[in-house]
Design a protein around this ligand. Sequence first.
Ligand code: UDP
Length: 248
Amino acid sequence: MKLIGKGKSKDIYRADNGDIVFEFTDRVTAFDGVKKAEYAHKGEVCCELATYWFKILEKESIHTHFKKKISTNRIRVANLNILPVEVIWRNYVAGSLWRRFERGEIKLPEGTDAREGAPIPNGMLEFTTKFETVDRPVNTEEIINSKWMTEDELINIGEMTRKINDIMFKRLLRKDIILADFKVEFGKTPKGKILLADEVGTPDGCRFWDKQAYVRGEFLSLDKDVFRKNKGDLSAAYLEIFDRITKD
Ligand code: UDP
C-alpha cells in the first residue's frame, strides 16, 4: 500500500489492486483547518459508523464506493473520479446556513422560521466547492457552466442525497437523534456511474442533536460541533453517538 494523500481526518492509500484504502485517524480539524487536535477513539468510531451506514444504504439501493472494512480504522473503497462539489442536505437551520442568514446573505426556504434550530419543512440541498482552499457555496448554474457536472448528473445526485437523508433521518429518529444536516460526496466510475463516495453518517460530516434536549429547547450536539464550539470532550460525544446508533 502506498500513501497517496492526507485529508483533514483520513490518510489515503492506494492498494496494490488499484483500490483506495481510507485510514480514519484521530485527527480533528475545524474552520478550514485552522483549529486542530487529536481525540482518542475518533478514528475507530468514524470508521465503524461509515461502514454501518454504507451497508445500510447499499441494502436500500444507494450505490456506494464501499467495499470492505479491513481493520478497526481502515476501509477499502473503489477508486473513483471524485466530483468537485460537496453536497449538503439540511433538515434544520444550523451552522453556515444560520451564519449566512444572520449576515443577510441568504433567504431561508419558504415556511422556515428565522431562528437557529428551526425545521426546514421540505429540507434543503446545497453545494459547495471541494477543491478550493476555503469551501464556498456554489449554485447549480456555476456547477453546470464550469462543467463540474452535467444537469442530469446534478439531478441524479440531488435525488440520491434526498434518499440518503430519508433513510438516515428515519433510523436516527427511532434512536431519539435528530439529523440536522450532513455532507456527502460523489464520484464516477470509469463507465460514468455515479456512486456515493468518501464517508457517510459519521459525526465528522453530520449534525446529530439529542431529540429530548431539542424538545426542551436545548441543543445537545453529538458531533463535531462539540469541538467547533468547545462544548466538552469530543471522544465522549463520539463514543455516545456510536453506542446510540449501533446498539438496538
Ligand atoms: N460539513 C463537512 N465538511 C465540510 C463542511 C461541512 O462535513 O467541509 C458538514 C458539517 O459537519 C455539517 C454540514 O456539512 O454537518 C453542514 O455544514 P455547514 O455548511 O453548516 O458548515 P459548518 O457549520 O460546518 O461551517
